[in-house]
Design a protein around this ligand. Structure first.
Ligand code: CA
Length: 233
């Protein structure tokens, strides 16, 4: 049995043409339990936001095709009022941004810290009443509380390093699905990390010692494919 955070999490669209920034923002927001869609082009972003509802849009201003202000204006004209957090370059005309940022919206100037972005997103979602506490993840007698940053097995608190916690969070969020080492590396490690996939094996080993130990295993190896978390049957 497992529950995922996606049921009550917010739906967020990230529109940003710089892949590294797009990925780091999306990863940080997924880590908060949100369901994140990514677009790297202005017209694709506009189409996505017209097609489905998002609780918040992280919108780069300088985009190929159509700029962030124009996307926002067209969405408002079409009666779509998802709050927008603009990402702007340092030398962007800040008066125009301030003039544009109204009622629940906000902006961040690049380079920004991911922590600040996460805090601002949380503040906007709170203001707009769309914040949902991240769900407890449950797999058998293992629980992970994203908000309290706590992991327990059979009620016993288990101390994890930040990387171990991120890895377990990702595995539990996808429990029942076999994940390749490459997939795990991309989703758990920093976007700038360019080391080998051996680090995944190493950290799976650490987690096994802490989570599974001599209990019935929850972390399983699919030889030649990757790893999957599930209750042994
Ligand atoms: Ca850009």
């Amino acid at each position: 049995m497992s529950t995922s955070a996606s049921g009550t999490s917010s739906r967020i669209l990230v529109v940003e043409d710089e892949p590294a920034i797009n990925d780091v923002v999306a990863t940080a927001l997924r880590y908060q339990g949100h369901a994140v869609s990514q677009c790297d082009d202005g017209l694709d972003g506009l189409a996505a936001a017209e097609r489905e509802h998002f609780d918040l849009i992280v919108l780069d201003v300088m985009l190929p095709g159509i700029d962030g202000f124009e996307i926002c204006r067209r969405l408002r004209d079409a009666g779509r009022f998802s709050p927008v957090l603009f990402l702007t370059a340092r030398d962007a005309p800040s008066d125009r941004i301030k003039g544009f940022v109204t009622g629940g919206d906000d902006y961040l100037t690049k380079p920004f810290s991911v922590d600040e972005l996460v805090l601002r997103v949380a503040a906007i979602l709170r203001r707009t009443g769309q914040a949902a506490p991240a769900d407890l993840l449950v797999l058998g007698d293992l629980t992970l509380d994203p908000a309290g940053h706590e992991v327990r097995r059979g009620g016993t608190l288990i101390e994890l390093s930040p990387t171990e916690f991120r890895l377990l969070h990702y595995l539990m969020n996808n429990s029942g699905t076999v994940l390749s080492k490459a997939q795990i590396l991309v989703n758990v490690w920093d976007y700038a990390y360019d080391g080998s996939e051996n680090v995944v094996e190493q950290y799976i080993g650490y987690l096994r010692r802490k989570i599974d130990d001599d209990r019935s295993p929850l972390i399983h190896t699919k030889r030649g494919v990757g790893y999957v978390m599930r209750v042994a049957t």
